[in-house]
Design a protein around this ligand. Structure first.
Ligand SMILES: C[S@@+](CC[C@H](N)C(=O)[O-])C[C@H]1O[C@@H](n2cnc3c(N)ncnc32)[C@H](O)[C@@H]1O
Length: 257
């Protein structure tokens, strides 16, 4: 199912999701599956503001990398896309299957690793990750894999935590207003069993370009005022002053060079 995992993050993250996180994440699925409009990230940014999705989804072949409970794939399927959801966690996919039955909406769900996906080159028109591969996978593995999976001209969109948030994050407390760690070497962070990845902006730009992507947008999300809530890891006030999360959009060049 997975590539050899020299760093150990795949097995650690699979266990984190199967044995711990799926239990609290699963009950949120119904609310997302029922949403009348896609909303993204901590601050529920409406699709009408951020345009994470291409406008012409009908008939498009889409893969969601780290689909979790499958609600993004459900939104895409309702818009007419031929979508596949892929996730490392059996338990997350079990919730996705339960939601498919409840909402009477089917699409393929694949148990697998977004760093090594069991589909041929150029299979998809659009790849998306909403805090899935974009947070839990090594970017130097999953972004080249997304490029391989897309046809020339295909699109990639993903949400993730911002590097600034990663620099200010504190264990067991909201993000600080002062830097807590160095940016150089930021890539990998361990919290208990889980391993998360954050690449700085310059490195992300170079990685995307080296994989053949043209960057179309980078949206740094500002929390609305008022925001619907605070989080343990970051307050709404912090996120009105600095971006705690961001959306990247890129398109694969039509030909090499
Ligand atoms: C925060 S959830 C995001 C997914 C979706 N937006 C949701 O909220 O249900 C993160 C998901 O990434 C998955 N994941 C972690 N590592 C992965 C990997 N290497 N390949 C595929 N999925 C992975 C986890 O199992 C989890 O379901």
């Amino acid at each position: 199912m997975t590539t050899p995992d020299h760093a150990g993050h795949l097995e650690r993250n699979r266990r984190h999701w199967d044995e711990h996180a799926a239990a609290w994440h699963g009950p949120l699925a119904r609310q997302h599956w029922s949403a009348p409009e896609p909303r993204w990230g901590l601050w529920a940014s409406p699709e009408s503001q951020v345009s994470m999705l291409p406008g012409d989804l009908a008939g498009q072949r889409v893969i969601e990398l780290g689909c979790g409970t499958g609600y993004v794939s459900a939104w895409l399927a309702r818009a007419g896309a031929r979508t596949v959801g892929l996730d490392l966690s059996r338990r997350q996919l079990a919730t996705a299957r339960a939601m498919q039955a409840e909402f009477d909406l089917g699409f393929p769900l694949v148990l697998g690793n977004a760093e090594h996906v069991p589909f041929a080159d150029g299979t998809f028109d659009f790849a998306i990750s909403d805090y899935g591969a974009s947070l839990w996978c090594d970017p130097y593995r999953w972004i080249p894999e997304a490029a391989r999976l897309l046809r020339p001209g295909g699109r990639l969109a993903f949400t993730r935590r911002s590097p600034l948030f990663a620099l200010c994050a504190q264990s067991g407390a909201p993000a600080s207003t002062s830097l807590q760690r160095a940016q150089f070497g930021l890539l990998r962070a361990e919290a208990g069993m889980a391993v998360e990845f954050t690449l700085g902006h310059g490195e992300m730009v170079r990685l995307l370009r080296s994989c053949g992507f043209v960057i179309e947008d980078l949206i740094e999300i500002q929390a609305p005022d008022p925001a619907h809530r605070d989080y343990l890891e970051v307050s709404a006030d912090w996120s009105r002053r600095w971006p705690s999360e961001e959306i990247w959009k890129a398109r694969l060049a039509r030909s090499a060079g």
